[in-house]
Design a protein around this ligand. Structure first.
Ligand code: PGA
Ligand code: MG
Length: 223
């Protein structure tokens, strides 16, 4: 069955958000008298949504769990800072607009399926001029579960009236790949994002969204 719709990840896939995310995380750390962390370190903490990022950024540990009261204060501080610096440097990656134009021209429905909170996701898409491409935007807090749970992708399929095997997930992390596997959807991974995905099995590794266009054209059956 051919591909009928695309679910796109946001951070590290459509938008290069890391400088603004890192600034907000470091501003939060400064509020708690914690020293600044390198952007590359904070980049390795992104992918599992804001609550996880705040745990990791406060503890400087991938598996860290901040004390619940500290975490709650950290989330409030992070939100306040990120709201302010949301789109200071954030830009679409090269090839994103060309790729979205081409995918849309193929008649595909497009969705954003991100673990980022919705309150930041839609404004970022609007401020970077990408919002008009999407029929559906799901944040990490839009449903009861987020990636790698299959629910956001299955919800997207239900909204579009399509089968999971015809929804192509395009992302930059194991959260995206695992969500696709769990939903029974095919998946392409971008190499330029926030995780080294070279060792992750999927339907293909690409360097630009433009490369996804050929993949879709050639995809007769991926299930
Ligand atoms: O908010 C995150 O941690 C990651 O967001 P993403 O799902 O768009 O990569
Ligand atoms: Mg991502």
């Amino acid at each position: 069955m051919p591909i009928q719709a695309i679910a796109l990840d946001l951070d590290g896939t459509l938008l290069d958000t890391i400088a603004d995310l890192a600034s907000a995380a470091n501003a939060m750390r400064a509020d708690f008298q914690l020293p600044e962390l390198a952007q590359a370190r904070l980049e390795s903490f992104v992918g599992g949504g804001m609550a996880q990022l705040v745990h990791r950024a406060l503890t400087d540990d991938r598996n860290g769990q901040a004390h619940p009261e500290l975490h709650e204060a950290g989330v409030a501080a992070f939100c306040q800072h990120y709201e302010r610096m949301l789109a200071d440097t954030t830009q679409p990656y090269p090839g994103v607009r060309t790729g979205l134009d081409a995918l849309q021209a193929l008649g595909l429905k497009l969705a954003v399926v991100t673990n980022k909170p919705y309150r930041f996701s839609l404004p970022l898409l609007e401020r970077t001029g990408l919002a008009h491409y999407f029929d559906l935007v799901l944040g990490g807090d839009s449903l009861a579960q987020k990636k790698p749970h299959p629910l956001p992708l299955l919800h997207t399929c239900a909204q579009f009236g399509i089968a999971p095997a015809t929804l192509l997930m395009i992302g930059d992390s194991h959260f995206d790949r695992d969500a696709a596997v769990n939903a029974g959807a095919p998946c392409l991974l971008l190499r330029y994002g926030y995780e080294d995905v070279s060792g992750l099995a999927c339907n293909g590794h690409i360097d630009s969204l433009v490369e996804a266009v050929e993949f879709v054209k050639n995809a007769d059956s991926l299930s």
